[in-house]
Ligand binder design. Structure first.
Ligand code: SPD
Length: 358
């Protein structure tokens, strides 16, 4: 009898361990079950307390995975074998995903909190009527700088200042092909959506000339490096600047006078989603004014949720560097979906630039 009991306990333990392993494996590969929801978001882009709150309120378990570029996110979804229920591409990638038939049409009747979004961020050209995407955060690309470390007498106004030899080994670049090739293009007076190969090669050459000033090409580590006074300048997203400012008072941010990028990150539901209802619930939860305010305070990026603003600190909402008025944003460019070949060309040139540095 004892040995039967022992065998039964052993079988039970092995089964439990197997179940846990299968569950973990599924979670790691982005497989959603009935009561799970797999969310695929940029790194450092949510207050994780809200994930727990959503789980408690709905009984749905969230499997949360992160990416660090639109291209990485797209490749993973295209390759298949995952079942992300919610993803967060930027505008040009939304367009590309729609074109490649990777997204489901959203059911706005399940998103009553959508009315909290400022009209100004709705119905944008990359997704008319918000058929496939819902605004999450927005911002600009610009120059994050440390006022204590800037070379004496230097007045930063635009991209052209970055080539100053006084900035040798002092600049961090965000690891994004569109952002950095775009900076090369903008500094030559070309559009961020330029696809003329001659202009693109000129931009590459211009970037190669910047090499002596480039300390590193980095992702989210830019925030830690700038907060710790380890570089004078970082080229990156406005929200990162706002975040670093919370850690280091010497940090400031400007949008270059030659022009720059205005971007929008958005919730979408990929076609392979298993929990479409849960995905709508999650998006609607994140659109709630108080939830969006808490998330925005935590993440530091600019929210398109106009009802959230009343729950946020005044100094945050009134900071024109992060909530610039339309006069500034109107002169910025939004990335367009340039098509497979041109996007591949941008990526190839960016890779060449990275190799040149080595
Ligand atoms: N750490 C979160 C970064 C999210 C930035 N998204 C900006 C994309 C601009 N194309």
């Amino acid at each position: 009898m004892k040995s039967i009991m022992r065998s039964l306990s052993a079988i039970l333990i092995v089964s439990i361990v197997l179940l846990i392993m299968i569950n973990r494996l599924n979670a790691a590969q982005g497989f959603s079950g009935d009561n799970t929801l797999t969310v695929y978001n940029w790194g450092d882009y949510i207050d994780e307390e809200l994930i727990t709150l959503f789980e408690e309120e709905t009984g749905i378990t969230i499997v949360y995975e992160t990416f660090d570029s639109n291209e990485a996110m797209m490749t993973k979804i295209q390759q298949g074998g995952t079942t992300y229920d919610v993803a967060v591409p930027s505008e040009y990638m939304v367009q590309k995903m729609v074109e490649e038939d990777l997204l489901i049409e959203l059911d706005h009747s399940k998103l009553p909190n959508l009315s909290n979004i400022d009209e100004r961020f709705m119905d944008l050209p990359f997704d008319p009527n918000n058929q496939y995407s819902i605004p999450y955060f927005w911002g600009t690309v610009g120059i994050i700088f440390n006022t204590n470390l800037l070379p004496e007498g230097m007045e930063l106004t635009g991209w052209h200042d970055l080539w100053d030899p006084a900035l040798e080994n002092q600049i961090l670049l965000i690891d994004g092909a569109r952002e950095i090739i775009g900076m090369g293009l903008n500094s030559l007076g070309y559009s961020l959506n330029d696809t003329n190969p001659e202009h693109l090669y000129q931009a590459l050459e211009k970037l190669e000339e910047l090499t002596p000033n480039v300390r590193a090409i980095v992702g989210d580590e830019n925030k830690m490096l700038m907060a710790n006074n380890e570089a004078t300048i970082a080229i990156g997203w406005s929200g990162d600047a706002a975040d670093i400012m919370g850690e280091n008072e010497a940090i400031d941010y400007l949008v270059p006078e030659e022009g720059s990028n205005l971007w929008f990150d958005n919730f979408v539901i990929p076609k392979t989603a298993r929990n479409i209802d849960g995905a709508h619930q999650f998006i609607n939860f994140m659109l709630d004014a108080e939830i969006a305010a808490q998330n925005t305070e935590y993440v530091s990026y600019s929210t398109p949720n106009k009802e959230a603003l009343q729950f946020m600190p005044e100094e945050m909402v009134e900071d024109e560097r992060f909530y610039p008025d339309p006069e500034l944003t109107d002169r910025l460019e939004v990335y367009e979906n340039l098509g497979q070949r041109n996007l591949a060309f941008y990526n190839e040139l960016f890779l060449q630039f990275k190799m040149y540095r080595k």
